[in-house]
Design a protein around this ligand. Structure first.
Ligand SMILES: [Cu+2]
Length: 74
């Protein structure tokens, strides 16, 4: 088993607990995603995932699908 990767995405437009839940639910649906933590204050979404099952494009797509704009990642 490969070690899970961690990536932090900078996301614009998350403002409340509902936004946090929406993003976490959308990203959490992807198979291969082990955990998601959206931080409203920081404007970041930290995702732990298995890179053999899911890629950053799919994660970015899920964040966009929840209605938020990605402004970068690290
Ligand atoms: Cu909200």
């Amino acid at each position: 088993m490969p070690l899970p990767e961690n990536k932090t995405f900078r996301v614009q437009g998350m403002q409340c607990a509902h936004c946090k839940k929406a993003v976490e639910a959308m990203v959490g649906k992807l198979s291969g995603v082990e955990s998601v933590d959206a931080d409203i204050e920081a404007g970041t979404v930290t995702v732990k995932y298995n890179a053999e099952q899911v890629d950053t494009e799919a994660i970015e797509g899920a964040i966009a699908g929840a209605g938020y704009d990605m402004i970068g990642s690290s």
